[in-house]
Design a protein around this ligand. Structure first.
Ligand code: PMP
Length: 437
């Protein structure tokens, strides 16, 4: 299948000379899975084509944003029109107000929202806001959750409770993360103990409600309920990082999924990104008015951005949200994702490959493990060599999954039943190769 002249390889060689590791975001380098990254030439609907003009069914969709698929006509039209009207003004526009109104209508736990350019910026500022609003310093985060690469959040789990994190990255001084307490996801005992020990000093608890950065791991309803109760009891702010899950697992985001089980459930601060920008650099964070009024220019928590609320990005986000809120959109997307998930599970079962898989809305994740994991340690029990075999087997058959076993997958409205059948058939082929002989 591989062409005699691999243009991806040639591009990677060129890229390595001028860009560290050849990529502008590390996972793209295929370091975990080996082999050569595919350089994307163009994309349409559920597909992209690489430098060799090889077509792939795309289950990453820019790591989540492309919920409508690539090149959706309404999105193209809105973006082209916005571009002719001006790229960036550094002054307010009506479209920012419209997008803010649209986001708030979908996620009503927020009464005000501020638009920024990346999830990292949104997460970083949410933490600053929680600290500014409470006058406290400590933050709880969970092992395996990623909230962008702001210094204070780049913390690996310490082992066990009350171990304050060690920086995961060089260049982050230990003092910068000394207020970040890292706990095990879904571990109620650790959560209780952390609040018992540090309750009065905790500004906020940040969590991916359905974690998409250790593949796909749900917070249990009970864990979610206790996070909410303990934050309320101790005056800490519950921060939902919905950069990945926002308008992706449900129109109302993951918080609406949990609200079905916990009446009245709401986080205090919500961090959004990806889908709300439809593939353009756009993210947001929001909360109740009383919290958001701590932000400059009203309050003393500073945050700003030259390209914040960019007019082309807001046009893209706005039309994306208007498409996904059309009646039946999420039902269709969820059914499609469910049929992929059921098909993959049946294919693995048929070949006797231990496999577990879960999904919500248009997001899914699978493990080469007999049971779904509930925390990072369990996720890491996955056999990476076997994952790599599955990844490359599918890649060779024109199916593009995330190139690492700790990443989630995404289905778009553009994926057809035929795409899903092709994917399942390809997976069955690979499972057959992987099956115990
Ligand atoms: N939070 C979550 C849950 C994410 O998945 C990501 C990115 N994958 C971020 C924050 C950071 O967003 P960005 O890459 O736009 O900075």
């Amino acid at each position: 299948m591989k062409p005699s002249t691999d243009l991806n390889e040639a591009l990677m060689e060129r890229a390595r000379r001028v860009i560290p590791g050849g990529v502008n975001s590390p996972v793209r380098a295929f370091k975990a899975v080996g082999g050569t990254p595919r350089f994307v030439k163009r994309a349409q609907g559920a597909y992209f084509w690489d430098a060799n003009d090889q077509r792939y069914i795309d289950y990453i969709g820019s790591w989540g944003p492309m919920i409508l698929g690539h090149g959706h006509p309404a999105v193209l039209e809105a973006v082209q029109k916005a571009a002719t009207e001006g790229f960036s003004f550094g002054a307010p526009t009506e479209r920012e107000v419209e997008l803010a109104e649209e986001i708030l209508s979908l996620v009503p736990s927020m009464e005000m929202v501020r638009l920024v350019s990346s999830g990292t910026e949104a997460g970083m500022t949410a933490i600053r806001l929680a600290r500014g609003a409470t006058g406290r310093s400590k933050i709880i985060k969970f092992e395996g959750c990623y909230h962008g690469h702001a210094d204070a959040l780049l913390v690996k789990a310490g082992s066990g409770l009350a171990t304050f994190g060690n920086p995961t990255s060089a260049g982050v001084p230990p003092e910068v993360v000394q207020h970040t307490l890292v706990l095990e996801y879904n571990n109620l005992a650790q959560l209780e103990e952390a609040f018992a020990l540090h309750g009065k000093e905790i500004a906020g608890l940040i969590i991916e409600p359905i974690a998409g950065n250790m593949n796909f791991v749900r917070a249990t309803v009970e864990f979610t309920r206790r996070c909410r109760e303990l934050c309320t009891e101790h005056g800490a702010l519950l921060i939902y990082d919905e950069v990945m899950t926002g308008c992706r697992v449900a129109l109302g985001s993951a918080q609406s999924v949990y609200a079905k089980h916990i009446p009245g459930f709401e986080p205090d601060i919500t961090v959004m990104g990806k889908v709300i920008g439809g593939g353009m650099p756009l993210a947001a964070f929001g909360a109740k008015r009383t919290v958001m009024e701590h932000l400059a220019p009203l309050g003393s928590v500073y945050q700003a951005g030259t390209l914040s609320g960019n007019p082309v990005a807001t046009a893209c986000g706005l039309v994306t949200l208007r498409e996904i809120k059309k009646p039946g959109f999420f039902e269709d997307l969820s059914l499609k994702t469910r049929s992929l998930v059921d098909g993959l599970k049946a294919a693995a079962d048929a070949e006797g490959v231990p496999f577990s898989i879960d999904c919500e809305g248009g997001m899914f994740g699978f493990f080469l493990l007999p049971e779904l994991p509930s925390n990072y340690t369990q996720v890491m029990k996955s056999d990476s060599a076997r994952f790599n075999q599955l990844f490359h087997g599918l890649l060779d058959r024109g199916v593009y999954l995330a190139p690492a076993l700790y990443e989630a997958g995404f289905v778009s409205a553009a994926h057809t039943d035929a795409d899903i059948s092709e994917t399942v058939a390809a997976a069955r082929d690979v499972f057959r190769e992987m099956a115990p002989k």
